[in-house]
Ligand binder design. Structure first.
Ligand code: PRP
Length: 465
């Protein structure tokens, strides 16, 4: 941001790092270190709408070697430690993933999708994305990266064993060099090879810091040499930002229901009310999680199906089970750990039997799933006018409100009864087990136990068919 002589705000910036990287211009072999405390204007993780966010950060630019990397990561750890709450620093390395992609011959066009699925810890869709990119043979190897998550030393040993080229070995060596200085940091340091930053931004070491009681990372950083080299050829850069607004939550009192009266770690589970909820509850009862509270240290709460992802993303629930339709529509930033296969249906475009597309004008689309419909038509480059409805979507084309609808189809009865037909099916849907990313850092043991039981139960059911 910048102000005029009276201190009035004249502009809003989405980012501070970029302007520091642009103006720093370090001389060869010089290392410049900056810190800042600024407001930035960007979509807030809380509301998903644009907001001024208070941010503090550190950047080291120019000659950046092992010593600077260690210094930056250790400062991030010290920043977390200074706040006096339990904390976790998650470390990863983009060079490891890019090295693996090179070794597996992953085409450039497929990389963003694979990174997205890795970041979601989404094994089933990672496998599907690998298949779609013509990499079915590499799917097992890609999925094995999902297991590279846990305590620093153990995970590093596993990551070292999977190395296939020099780029991967160099990444492991850099992570290994960090182990000793980080040991003294005080909190919990975890290695998670699925933690992938934005591809064009970070190219080496990346890290995120979490504080207990906060639903999102408080701190994010990493190496961004490629961005830096756009302004100063040959220079390197590493930095991190602390999202100060997130700290507001630390001072808010915990509601009584979220307080833990036992020593056991309590898992808060959001389940959808209604049809899907019944199926999900039966599944959980089948793995011995039917008896909440005292026995399993589980707390269930039932919410509107369309709200499950929101409760989990905001940390009011640690985990939840939610339809893929709702998860996609909400673009919730959560881990998608398992496809339960319950509530199977598909997202479709449907229209009256005699419908013909008129390419000379936008298609009028009625739907509850505005974001899904927009991104589907955007992927085809087709203009649309969206009409958002809240139910009984099938009436819209009958009454001339829209040309087509985008809706879920399960048995097809609703469409048949209303004289509509499916034009395209474009998204398979089923209920997914999701987790809050911050909760996962502190309660991963409990979540993994539940997940393993769910996996085993679903496999038994599949085999019994
Ligand atoms: C969904 C969808 C269709 C129906 C499709 O509605 O909007 O109306 O299910 O299922 P079918 O192919 O088996 O007929 P839902 O029951 O979820 O409730 P809603 O109408 O309140 O959205």
């Amino acid at each position: 941001t910048f102000t005029d002589l009276d201190g009035r705000l004249l502009a809003l910036k989405p980012d501070v790092t970029l302007s520091i990287a642009k103006t720093a211009q370090p001389a060869p072999s010089e290392t410049l270190c900056y810190y800042y405390h600024e407001n930035v204007y960007r979509p807030s993780a809380e509301s998903h709408t644009f907001k001024e966010i208070s941010q503090m950060g550190l950047e080291m630019l120019g000659a950046v070697g092992e010593a600077q990397v260690q210094q930056a990561v250790c400062l991030a750890a010290r920043s977390l430690d200074a706040l006096g709450a339990e904390w976790v620093l998650e470390v990863s390395h983009m060079g490891y993933l890019f090295g693996l992609f090179d070794a597996l011959g992953v085409p450039d066009a497929a990389r963003a999708k694979l990174l997205e699925k890795l970041r979601e810890k989404n094994a089933h869709e990672l496998r599907a994305a690998a298949g779609a990119a013509g990499l079915a043979d590499a799917a097992d190897t890609l999925c094995s990266v999902l297991n590279l998550c846990g305590s620093y030393a153990d995970t590093l040993a596993k990551a070292a064993a999977l190395c296939r080229n020099d780029a991967m070995r160099a990444a492991v060596a850099e992570l290994k060099a960090l182990a000793v200085p980080l040991e003294k940091a005080g909190g919990v340091i975890r290695l998670d090879m699925t933690l992938a930053g934005e591809m064009e931004y970070y190219n080496g070491l990346v890290f995120q810091g979490y504080l207990k009681a906060l639903p999102r990372p408080l701190l994010k950083g990493g190496r961004y040499d490629l961005l830096m080299q756009k302004f100063t050829p040959g220079a390197g850069a590493i930095g991190f930002a602390v999202y100060l607004d997130e700290l507001d939550r630390l001072s808010a009192p915990l509601p009584p229901v979220q307080k833990n009266s036992t020593d056991r770690v309590m898992l808060n589970v959001a389940l959808p009310k209604g049809r899907l909820g019944d199926k999900v509850y039966n599944l959980l009862a089948g793995i011995g999680y039917g008896c909440p509270e005292d026995y399993n240290a589980i707390r269930y709460f039932l919410v509107k199906p369309s709200d499950v992802a929101i409760y989990v993303e905001h940390g009011a629930a640690d985990v939840g089970i939610v339809g893929k339709d709702i998860l996609t529509e909400a673009s919730a930033d959560v881990y998608e750990l398992l496809d339960t296969g319950l509530g199977k249906c598909r997202m479709c475009v449907a229209a009256p039997a005699d419908y013909k597309d008129d390419p000379s004008r936008p298609v009028r689309v009625a739907t509850k799933f505005v974001n899904i419909a927009k991104s589907y038509y955007a992927s085809m480059g087709r203009d649309i006018d969206i009409i958002k409805l809240n139910g009984s979507i099938e009436l819209a084309p009958i009454l001339g409100l829209s040309d087509v609808i985008v809706d879920i189809v399960e048995t097809g009865t609703t469409l048949r009864e209303n004289g509509l037909k499916v034009i395209t099916e474009f998204m398979p849907i089923s209920a997914r087990f999701i987790a809050n990313k911050a909760s996962y850092q502190f309660k991963h043991a409990e979540m993994d136990t539940m997940l393993e039981k769910l996996r085993a139960e679903l496999q038994n059911k599949e085999e019994a068919k």
